[in-house]
Design a protein around this ligand. Structure first.
Ligand SMILES: *[C@@H]1O[C@H](CO)[C@@H](O)[C@H](O)[C@H]1NC(C)=O
Ligand SMILES: *[C@@H]1O[C@H](CO)[C@@H](O)[C@H](O)[C@H]1NC(C)=O
Length: 234
């Protein structure tokens, strides 16, 4: 047995020994027959990609995933609107829908599907989301990975920072990385909406998309980092 295996076993034993003694003795603590819990599936395994489809050719990076192992409430449409408000976004100004609809293929068997959510930075308290429409700022689009081939329930998000309306909502320089980091910073700091509190753990992945500008809308490079958030209810 290798040294690694021995130390792994020792680690397991020490944790078993440390487990509370009131566990039901018939409960299988290490049940290997249970499938591992899946928080999200890699879209590339089934024809998808980590760029949305802004045009048939170019897309914006799907740079944040909210894992399906998150608080089940925020995986619903209703709960997600609460959660995005806790982060400082809101649904579009007066329900006004402007801007192109983007598609994304999450490899869940649905093919390319239209964005399901778009939210914009909320400038509290005076201007609301209408202000972002004029002033630019942070926004994101989201899609749910819930097709029958990969039904993780995860939200896949393309976050970015936009110029103001004089520039027709072009993405600012480095706007994909900035938009992602703004969201992630707020998520791990934690926040609340209507007495629901959340806080996220983040795992950074660098193996899902090549850094660079290839295929990226507006030719703005992204750094190849994708944040996987697991959002806990406090
Ligand atoms: C998948 O998720 C979207 C967004 O929450 C929802 O509108 C749709 O009904 C869901 N599809 C299924 C098959 O549950
Ligand atoms: C929009 O941004 C440009 C520079 O990027 C600036 O000159 C202009 O004043 C801004 N307009 C508004 C409405 O903020």
């Amino acid at each position: 047995m290798s040294a690694l295996a021995v130390s792994t076993l020792l680690f397991i034993f020490s944790n078993v020994a440390a487990a509370p003694s009131n566990l039901d003795p018939t409960q299988a603590v290490f049940d290997t027959t249970l499938p591992p819990q899946i928080g999200w599936y890699d879209p590339r395994n089934n024809g998808g990609r980590f760029l949305d489809f802004t045009t048939p050719k170019f897309g914006e990076p799907l740079n944040v995933i909210i894992s399906g192992l998150s608080d089940p409430f925020i995986l619903t449409d209703f709960g997600f609107s609460y959660y995005t408000k806790s982060l400082g976004y809101s649904q579009e100004c007066l329900g006004l829908h402007y801007g192109d609809l983007h598609g994304a293929d999450l490899g869940d068997g649905d093919g390319v599907k239209e964005q399901q959510i778009i939210v914009r930075q909320y400038y509290f308290p005076i201007w609301g989301t209408c202000w972002e429409s004029l002033a630019g700022g942070h926004h994101f689009r989201a899609w749910k990975q819930n097709g029958s081939l990969a039904d993780s329930g995860a939200w896949f998000i393309g976050a970015s920072k936009e110029e103001n309306s004089s520039k027709n909502h072009k993405i600012v320089p480095n706007g994909y990385n900035l938009g992602r980091d703004w969201l992630v910073e707020r998520a791990i700091k934690g926040g609340r909406w209507k007495s629901n509190w959340w806080k996220a753990d983040v795992e950074w992945r660098t193996d899902l998309i090549e850094p660079g500008r290839e295929g990226v809308n507006h030719g703005i490079a992204q750094d190849g980092r994708i944040a996987i958030l697991t959002v806990r209810r406090l």
